[in-house]
Design a protein. Structure first.
Lengths: 319, 246
C-alpha cells in the first residue's frame, strides 16, 4: 500500500519499517509449523501431488530417451525404386538426377541390372542356377536415402514423384524401425503433453482442496486478522506458502517414485539393450530435471492455493 | 467539527430492511459516548459501519475529515488499523495463547517481535492479565476473556475504540471494571463509542448517551459535565499511550 497522500490512514513508519519481510519470515515459519503439525494430511497431499506429477515426468524421460536412441541410430528412411526391365541407362540416370535435386534427399544410389545380378549371385549362392537363365531377370534400381530431418510426409511425396516418373515399375517406401521409434517417440511426447496438462490440473485441484481445508480450519483467525486490518494479500500469504510446500513436496515424492521405478526396471532394460549390443544409458534424470520438477511442483501448488484462497478470502465475512 | 461525523447515513440491506435511517451525528475527538437501544435498534450495525464491515447505502461517514465510505478495498485495512474493536463474544482465537491473541494487530502491521512483546505485556498489564499471557483463552473466565479482547483492541494505540455490548455476559462488578478500562483508554484521547443496553451502567457513567430505535436517533443526552464531554481534545498520541504504559 503506498504511503502518504494516497493512503489517508498510514501506519506508523517507525514501528513497521521492514514489516513486509518480517511478515514473510513469520508466515514461512507458521506455514512450516502448520504442515508439520498436520503431518498425516500433508503426507497424503504430497503423495497425491507426487503421483500426479510422476506420470507425465516419467513419460517425458521416456520420450527423451527414445529421441536420444533414434538420434544415435545411423539408419535412415528411404525409397527403393525398381525400373522396368530393359530400360535405358540414360533414363535411370535422368531419374537419379531429378531425385537428387529434391529436398531432404541425402543420396541416390543406382544399381544397374548387371551389378544387381552379381550381388544376388554372391549373396544367394544360386550362381549356377542363375547362369542357366537366358537373360538377366533383375531390373535397374535406385536407393534414395533421406536426411535425418525428413518426415513421413517427405518420404510419401518423394515416393509419389518417383512413382509418376516414366520407366518406374515399383516404388517401395522403406520405413525403417527407426521411423517407427520416431513415431512412438512422437506418440509418447504428445501423450505426455496431454497427461501433463491433465495431471497438472489434478495437482492444482488437489492443492486447492487441501488449501481450502486449511482455510476453513482457520476461518476465525482470518476474520480476526481482517478485523484488525490485515490486507487480503496478508491473509492469503500463508496459504500461498502452503501451496508451495505441498507442490514442491509433491515434486519430491514424484522424483522418488521415478527413481524407484528406474531402479525397478534397470535390470531388464540393461538385458534388453545388451541383446542389441548396446549399453543402457538413461538420460534426462539430471539436476536440471530435478530443479525444473521442484519449481514446477511449487508453481502448480501456488496456483492451486491462489485459486482456492482468492475465492474464499474475497467472500470472507466478519460476523 | 467532530472527529467522526455522520451526514444523512442510511444502511439498507439487500432484502430492503433499513437498519439505520438518515443519521446525522458527530463525535468529538477524545469523547466517550454510549449507544443504547433495544435489540435490533441498529447499535451493532452502527459500529460495524464505522469499522466498514458494512457498506453505507446513502450518506457520508467522515473520520478525521476523510469520507471513509469512499475508501478503496486496498485502503480499508489501513483504516481499520486505527480502530480498536471489542465484541460481546470476544472473537478470541481458541488455539492461540493470550499473548498471541493480543499480538495479532501488531503482527499484522509487521512490528518487530521484541517491540510486540513489550507492547503486548504493557497492554496485558493494563487489563490485569500479565500473569496469564501463556494460557489459552479456554482457561480464562468470561470477564478475563473480555479483558483479553480489550487488550487486543488497544495494543495498536487506536484513535477510535468501538465496543459492542462488552459487558453483555458479565456480572455488575465485572461490568464496572470493564467500563473503568474504557474510561482509562478514553483518557489518552481515544474516541470511545460503546454500544450497550445496560441503562443503569451507562447512566451511572455520566457520559453522552445516544439512544437508537428502529435505526433512528431518538435521543442524544449530552455528558453530565464538560470534563466528560472532552470534545475537541487532542487526538490520542504515542506519548499519551505511553503514559498509559502501552
Amino acid at each position: 500500500m503506498p504511503r502518504g497522500s494516497e493512503n489517508p490512514f498510514p501506519d506508523d513508519d517507525a514501528a513497521t519499517r521492514g514489516g513486509w519481510g518480517r511478515d514473510h519470515l513469520r508466515v514461512i515459519r507458521d506455514s512450516a509449523h502448520f504442515v508439520s503439525a498436520n503431518l498425516g494430511t500433508s503426507l497424503l497431499v504430497w503423495l497425491l501431488v507426487g503421483i500426479a506429477l510422476a506420470l507425465p515426468a516419467g513419460l517425458y524421460l521416456l520420450e527423451r530417451n527414445l529421441q536420444d536412441l533414434s538420434a544415435a541410430w545411423d539408419g535412415r528412411p528411404g525409397l527403393s525404386i525398381y525400373m522396368d526391365l530393359g530400360i535405358d541407362v540414360a533414363e535411370v540416370e535422368t531419374l537419379k538426377t531429378r531425385l537428387a535435386a529434391q529436398a531432404h534427399v541425402a543420396s541416390v544410389l543406382v544399381t544397374l541390372p548387371d551389378a544387381a545380378l552379381r550381388e544376388f549371385q554372391a549373396y544367394s549362392g544360386l550362381g549356377d542356377t542363375l547362369d542357366m537363365l537366358s537373360g538377366n531377370p533383375l531390373p535397374a534400381s535406385l536407393r534414395v536415402i533421406l536426411d535425418s530431418d525428413a518426415g513421413a510426409s517427405d518420404l510419401e511425396a518423394l515416393a509419389a514423384l518417383a512413382g509418376a516418373s516414366p520407366g518406374v515399375h515399383e516404388v517401395v517406401e522403406e520405413k525403417t524401425w527407426l521411423a517407427r521409434v520416431k513415431d512412438i517417440s512422437t506418440i509418447v511426447r504428445r501423450l505426455s503433453m496431454v497427461l501433463a496438462v491433465l495431471f497438472g490440473v489434478g495437482a492444482v485441484l488437489v492443492t486447492a482442496s487441501s488449501v481450502r481445508l486449511a482455510i476453513e480450519a482457520r476461518l476465525e483467525e482470518l476474520r480476526v486478522q481482517k478485523l484488525v486490518g490485515a490486507t487480503d494479500a496478508q491473509i492469503r500469504r500463508p496459504f500461498l506458502y502452503f501451496g508451495a510446500i505441498y507442490g514442491a513436496g509433491g515434486a519430491l515424492v514424484a522424483l522418488m517414485l521415478i527413481s524407484t521405478t528406474l531402479l525397478f526396471i534397470e535390470g531388464p532394460l540393461t538385458s534388453l539393450f545388451s541383446s542389441y549390443g548396446s549399453e543402457l544409458q538413461l538420460i534426462g534424470f539430471d539436476p536440471a530435471f530435478l530443479v525444473v520438477l521442484l519449481v514446477l511442483g511449487g508453481v502448480l501448488g501456488v496456483l492451486g492455493a491462489v485459486l482456492s484462497a482468492s475465492q474464499r478470502i474475497v467472500a470472507l465475512e466478519i460476523h | 467539527m467532530g472527529y467522526i461525523e455522520l451526514h444523512g447515513v442510511t444502511k439498507r440491506y439487500s432484502n430492503g430492511f433499513e437498519a439505520l435511517r438518515d443519521l446525522n451525528v458527530e463525535f468529538g475527538a477524545g469523547s466517550m459516548t454510549f449507544l443504547t437501544g433495544h435489540s435490533g435498534a441498529g447499535k451493532s450495525t452502527f459500529l460495524r459501519m464505522l469499522l466498514r464491515l458494512e457498506d453505507v447505502t446513502r450518506g457520508q461517514l467522515l473520520v478525521n475529515g476523510v469520507n471513509v465510505t469512499q475508501l478503496s478495498k486496498r485502503q480499508l485495512p489501513f483504516y481499520r488499523r486505527h480502530i480498536g474493536a471489542v465484541f460481546q463474544d470476544h472473537h478470541l482465537l481458541a488455539g492461540r495463547s493470550v499473548f498471541d491473541n493480543v499480538a495479532t494487530p501488531l503482527r499484522v502491521i509487521g512490528m518487530p517481535e521484541k517491540d510486540i512483546a513489550r507492547r503486548v505485556r504493557a497492554a496485558l498489564q493494563r487489563v490485569g492479565l500479565l500473569a496469564k499471557e501463556k494460557l489459552l483463552p479456554l482457561y480464562l473466565s468470561t470477564g478475563e476473556q473480555q479483558r483479553v479482547g480489550i487488550a487486543r483492541a488497544v495494543v495498536n494505540r487506536p484513535r477510535i475504540l468501538l465496543a459492542d455490548e462488552p459487558t453483555g455476559n458479565l456480572d455488575p462488578d465485572l461490568s464496572r471494571d470493564i467500563m473503568a478500562l474504557f474510561e482509562q483508554f478514553n483518557q489518552v484521547g481515544t474516541t470511545v463509542i460503546v454500544a450497550s443496553h445496560d441503562r443503569e451502567l451507562i447512566e451511572a457513567s455520566g457520559r453522552r448517551i445516544i439512544e437508537l430505535a428502529a435505526g433512528r436517533i431518538v435521543s442524544d443526552t449530552p455528558a453530565m459535565s464538560v470534563d466528560m464531554a472532552v470534545c475537541d481534545a487532542p487526538i490520542s498520541t504515542e506519548e499519551q499511550w505511553r503514559a498509559q504504559g502501552i
